[in-house]
Ligand binder design. Structure first.
Ligand code: ADP
Length: 239
């Protein structure tokens, strides 16, 4: 496992993985990669590799969960046991449940749920390789999978984190920065309006740093948004 570096930013201003503070990791997004699912999306962000599948809107089972005036969303975030350096215990733990809850709420704010009463939209997330930033990256992919399923939405959800290392605000924290850094701030937005649909914070930031971190994370979200739209266009033959 990786150790705490002596410094996170070298004399040339580069991070441990060679990025500048305001650089996101390489992004790769593909939509419509699964045949059985109604919608799907595969995403890579740096070393993160994540598959998402969407089923629905479809009838809710068990029936008592149905809402007569809107669809419900179920969001299941799962880390494969081989996705992390130390084997992850299978099954949902506290962290998985928390991520599923906040992600479901973030996604719900983008979907026109009232169009599908008594229905459910099931979102499945499988983390195949994990390298920090998985909750945000999953959400970015899940919203593409929803769009791929033809679900009417206000906008896509783009999500990424910023953070603080060596008293510097950085975009898209990697694993070492996440483990040993000073702060981690994942956000999700609907890029058209920049409305925030998820915001979590780990660590400490001053008010000034917080504002800078939000601004930087939004910039990352807009970069993801371009790739999300491109992935959907590629699938449907546009350019
Ligand atoms: P996120 O992946 O959204 O950044 P965390 O900040 O909780 O979520 O986790 C950061 C990283 O720590 C994960 O991406 C993963 O690489 C690692 N990690 C999380 N949970 C485990 C676990 N149970 N075992 C090993 N590594 C883990």
């Amino acid at each position: 496992t990786k150790q705490k570096p002596e410094r996170f930013i070298d004399e040339e201003g580069k991070r441990v993985d060679g990025r500048r503070p305001d650089e996101i990791r390489p992004i790769h997004i593909e939509s419509g990669v699964l045949n059985r699912a109604d919608g799907s999306c595969y995403i890579e962000l740096g070393d993160n590799k994540i598959m998402t599948a969407v089923y629905g809107p479809r009838e809710v089972h068990p029936r008592h969960l149905a809402e007569p005036d809107r669809a419900i969303v179920r969001y299941k975030y799962n880390m494969a046991s081989f996705s992390v350096s130390e084997r992850k215990r299978p099954g949902p733990g506290r962290r998985d449940r928390e991520i599923s809850k906040v992600s479901k709420e973030a996604l719900e704010s983008a979907i026109f749920l009232e169009k599908y009463p008594n229905s459910v939209i099931d979102v499945f997330v499988e983390i195949i390789e994990s390298a920090a930033g998985t909750r945000a990256t999953s959400l970015t992919a899940a919203s593409v999978a929803c769009a791929d399923a033809g679900i009417p939405m206000r906008d896509l959800i783009a999500s990424c984190a910023s953070g603080k290392v060596d008293d510097t605000i950085v975009l898209d924290v990697n694993e070492v920065e996440d483990n040993y850094g000073q702060a981690d701030l994942p956000i999700a937005i609907m890029p058209k309006t920049e409305e925030i649909t998820l915001l979590q914070m780990d660590g400490n930031l001053t008010r000034n740093e917080f504002e800078k971190a939000i601004k930087l994370a939004k910039k990352g979200c807009h970069q993801l948004y371009e790739k999300q739209k491109q992935a959907l266009k590629n699938k449907y033959g546009g350019n």
